[in-house]
Design a protein around this ligand. Structure first.
Ligand SMILES: Cc1ncc(COP(=O)(O)O)c(C=O)c1O
Length: 458
C-alpha cells in the first residue's frame, strides 16, 4: 500500500460513516479507494485495475469515460446550474426529459415526477398510492404488498418495502401497512418435486390468500422488481407476473414496477416490464437513467392515477410534495443525453447481441462445485454459492461464502458484489464487449477456484 493510500485510508476510517458496511470490520480493514474509471474498468489508489463487474451499483451503463455526458453537464452548469419545478416553474432539460420518458414508457403513462434516487422514487410511489386512494375516498385501501428478498431502497418507506431483515433490524422497520409475500426464486424456494408451474401457482395462491385475509379493500398496491436484484439476482419463474397480475386486477390493486435496476436495457428490453409482460400503473426508475453520472430518479404514473391527483389538488389547493433537487436541470440534461446515446448507439441492440455470450458464460458456472444456481437475463446475472450442490445446503453464515468470492475476485482484478443468501451479483456496464465478457468470467472462475480452496478447507 502506498503512503498516499495509507493516509487516505486512515482519514476514511476516521471520518467516513460507510453505508452497508460492517463498521467494526471497517476500522481494521479500511476502504478500497477507487480513483479513476475508463470504459468498463476502474483503478484503485494503488494503480490496480479492475473490471467493474457491477457497473458501480448496477448503474454505470455507459462505462466510466463518456465525454458526451461530461459535456452535457458542463453546458447545463454554465447555462443554468439550478432552477426548480415547484409552483408552475420549469426548465428546458426537465421538459425534454419528461417528454422523452413518457414516449418510451413500457405502458402508456401520463406524467413523470422527478426525484434524486431510487429510494426517493419508491418512497414517492408509496405516497402517491395513498394520495390516489384518498382521492377516491377509500381511506382503508392503503396497504402495499412487496416480496421477501425484494430490494427497494433505504428511506423509511422504501426500506420497509424491502424484504431483507438487515434493513429492518433495529431501525424499527417495517412501518405499518407493508406486507411481504413469497420470493419467486424457483431454485431456492420450490418444494421437492414441485414443477416450475406448480411453484408459480403456489405463489400466486399465497398472494391471493394474503389479499383475502387482509381484505382486498385494504390493499392498494403490489410492488415488484422485474428481476430481483440486490436480494440475490432472481429471475421470476415462467408465468409469474401473468398470474400475479390477474389477481391484482381482480382485487383492484395497483401494480408498481420498480425498474431501478432493470430499466434502460438491462434485461435486453428497454424495461424489465417488457421482458416479463408486466403492465404497470406506476414505474419507478433511476440508476441507468443517467448512467449514474449524476443522481436522478423518476416515478411515472398512468393517466387514471394522474387524473385523481388533479382532482385532489383542485380540492386541496396544491399537490403537496416536492424535492428541492427533484428534476435538477444538470442531472436532467445528463439523463437526456444518456437516453440520446442509448438510441443513437443502439445500446439495446448491443445488449441483445452480447447477452447470449454473457448468459452462456454465466450458466457454465453452474458446473463449478461451489455454484448451486446460475441465473440471469440480458446483462444481469447471479450465482448462488452452496456447500452441497445436491442438497442445495448453504455454508454456515459465519463462513461468508459470497464475500470470499468477492475478495478473491478483487485479487483477480474483478469487482462483483456479495448479496444475501450467498449470492454473487454480476451486472457490468451495458457497453461491455464479448471479449470483455469472456475476460470477466475467466476472472470470476479463477476467483471461485480460489474461494473453494479456502471454503472447503474451513
Ligand atoms: C430495485 C431497486 N429499487 C430501489 C433502489 C434504491 O435506489 P437508491 O439506492 O438510488 O436509493 C435500488 C437500489 O439498488 C434498487 O435496486
Amino acid at each position: 500500500m502506498s503512503n498516499h493510500t495509507d493516509s487516505l485510508a486512515k482519514k476514511d476510517i476516521a471520518y467516513n460513516l460507510h453505508p452497508y458496511t460492517n463498521l467494526a470490520a471497517h476500522e481494521d480493514r479500511g476502504p478500497l479507494i477507487i480513483t479513476r474509471g475508463e470504459g468498463i474498468y476502474v483503478w484503485d489508489s494503488d494503480g490496480n485495475r479492475y473490471i467493474e463487474g457491477l457497473a458501480g451499483l448496477w448503474c454505470v451503463s455507459l462505462g466510466s469515460s463518456e465525454p458526451r455526458l461530461v459535456e452535457a453537464a458542463t453546458r447545463q452548469l454554465q447555462n443554468l446550474p439550478f432552477s426548480h419545478t415547484f409552483a408552475h416553474r420549469s426548465t428546458e432539460p426537465v421538459i425534454a426529459l419528461a417528454e422523452k420518458l413518457i414516449g418510451m414508457a413500457p405502458e402508456p403513462m401520463a406524467k413523470v415526477y422527478f426525484v434524486n434516487s431510487g429510494s426517493e422514487a419508491v418512497d414517492t410511489a408509496m405516497k402517491l398510492v395513498w394520495y390516489y386512494n384518498n382521492a377516491f375516498e377509500r381511506p382503508h385501501k392503503k396497504k402495499i404488498i412487496a416480496r421477501k428478498r425484494g430490494y427497494h431502497g433505504v428511506t423509511i418507506a422504501a426500506a420497509s418495502l424491502t424484504g431483507l431483515p438487515y434493513l429492518h433490524n433495529d431501525f424499527d422497520l417495517p412501518i405499518e401497512r407493508v406486507y411481504h409475500t413469497d420470493t419467486p426464486c424457483y431454485y431456492r424456494y420450490a418444494e421437492p418435486n414441485e414443477s416450475e408451474e406448480q411453484f408459480t401457482n403456489r405463489l400466486a395462491e399465497s398472494l391471493e390468500q394474503l389479499i383475502l385475509s387482509e381484505g382486498p379493500d385494504t390493499i392498494a398496491a403490489f410492488i415488484a422488481e422485474p428481476v430481483m436484484g440486490a436480494g440475490g439476482v432472481m429471475t421470476p419463474p415462467n408465468g409469474y407476473f401473468e398470474k400475479v397480475q390477474v389477481i391484482l386486477k381482480r382485487h383492484d390493486i395497483l401494480m408498481i414496477a420498480d425498474e431501478v435496476i432493470c430499466g434502460f436495457g438491462r434485461t435486453g428490453n428497454m424495461w424489465g416490464s417488457q421482458t416479463y409482460g408486466i403492465t404497470p400503473d406506476m414505474v419507478t426508475c433511476a440508476k441507468q437513467l443517467s448512467s449514474a453520472y449524476l443522481p436522478i430518479g423518476a416515478v411515472m404514473v398512468s393517466a387514471p392515477i394522474y387524473q385523481a391527483f388533479v382532482e385532489q389538488s383542485r380540492k386541496l389547493g396544491v399537490f403537496g410534495t416536492g424535492n428541492t433537487y427533484g428534476g435538477h436541470p444538470v442531472a436532467a440534461a445528463v439523463a437526456l443525453e444518456t437516453l440520446k446515446i442509448y438510441e443513437e448507439r443502439d445500446i439495446l441492440g448491443h445488449v441483445r447481441d452480447v447477452a447470449p455470450r454473457f448468459q452462456a458464460r454465466l450458466k457454465a458456472l453452474s458446473e463449478h462445485p461451489l455454484v448451486g444456481d446460475a441465473r440471469g437475463v440480458g446483462l444481469i446475472g447471479g450465482i448462488e454459492i452452496v456447500a452441497n450442490k445436491s442438497t442445495k445446503q448453504s455454508f454456515p453464515p459465519e463462513t461468508k461464502a459470497a464475500a470470499a468470492v468477492e475478495t478473491n475476485a478483487l485479487k483477480h482484478g474483478l469487482i462483483v458484489r456479495p448479496l444475501p443468501s450467498d449470492s454473487v451479483g454480476i451486472c457490468p456496464p451495458l457497453v461491455i464487449t464479448e471479449a470483455e465478457i469472456d475476460d470477466l468470467f475467466d476472472r470470476l472462475s479463477r476467483a471461485l477456484d480460489d474461494a473453494m480452496g479456502i471454503l472447503k478447507a474451513a
